[in-house]
Ligand binder design. Sequence first.
Ligand code: EPU
Length: 419
Amino acid sequence: MQKFIIEGGKSLRGELPLQGSKNSSLPIMAATLLSCGESTLHSCPQLTDVYAAARILNCVGCKCSFSGNTAVIDSAVIEKTEISEQLMREMRSSIIFMGAMLGRAGECVVSVPGGCELGPRPIDMHLAALGKMGVDIHESGGRIICRIASGRAKGAKISLAFPSVGATENIILCAVTADGETVINNAAREPEICDLCGFLRKCGAEIKGDGESRIVIKGKKQLHGCEYKIMSDRIVAATYLSMVAAAKGEIILTNACVPETEPFLSVLEQTGCSIYMSDNRIYLRSGSRLKAVRERIRTMPHPGFPTDAQAVLMAALAAADGTSIFEENIFDCRYRHADALIKMGADIQVLGKVAVVKGREKLHGANVQATDLRGGAAMVIAALSAEGASEITRICHIDRGYEKMEYAVRLLGGEMRRV
Ligand code: EPU
């Protein structure tokens, strides 16, 4: 099992090009199933979750290959519509293959994604919506068996009780080749939904309203492959900005998606860091000591403060001047990193969905275990800003979402090794 060894206390300085977005790449890779041809994806990040998605594509008969950050996926031939339980469990977001496979083949057998480090992640909204589109669904021994009697889903009016990212993606993936029009009310507005729709439109799909609460999709009989560049990762941007804010120094992020990162930047700015944006660059210079954020940091669906950036900002605020309060409104168990930060000297009290972070003068190094992807990244940030050495184990969580994080940190002058 690999681990990270970090020597904290060094200020960070440099320029970093941002990787492509994980949460765009995964649904877009699933969407290539609909294209019945070859698609080329640029800026595809080299991540274990991306490779897990590639294994799913290969197992159903597609040909998926990588050259650096370019993925070429040929989905001309599909040999089967069943995805093994083992592959489904490798990556929790594998459930988005359900909508894509239904859109392509009119049937699929997948697994319940199972328990998760962020608390239970039910798929009731996905199933109810697909049911409305004519998909007959039943569960047997943890397997979800889906079939459309006519072979082609039918358009439907769907109102989501909550703007779920995954449910919105599954509906879009099934609707682009459905018979008739699908309307999604209270759709998720995350930028990654727009990126998925951008890809699908290039493949010939007709979609309007993505980025808004009401998405309208006119089904097409068939889509074709295309060449597409995946948007950059706004959560990775939030992570490196929080890192430099915490460890002190300055950073220029290139290839950044500035408007999409704005909900995070507007909160980070309150810590006293100087932040400048231009086109696709974000520049940050930390102040001598971070200030606590005065208003409650409430995670909300986009364009609210992103839940995926909660842990990394908390790590930075653990050594800020004053008390910051977080309110996690998206996932039930998203404070699992708090214990590790406390071990590093942070003063954090978790009360249900609220976490009260009293800024300490300094954190100190410790041996901790990554609990989940963003929680693990938060521990790296805390370790880099702390005095002394830290060891972080179970870094497989971090590798799911960050391309070679230790290289990026070393490029900025930090001391971080993988052993
Ligand atoms: N939910 C339900 N029923 C459903 C679907 C969702 O109750 O049928 C609940 C979930 O349990 C959760 C909330 O709704 O409490 C939000 O879930 P959502 O479906 O929006 O999230 P997701 O699609 O599972 C994606 C990202 C997450 C990100 C969330 C929220 C991907 C692959 N994952 O998850 O990313 O936190 O949206 O923005 O896109 C990460 O990258 O670290 C990560 C966890």
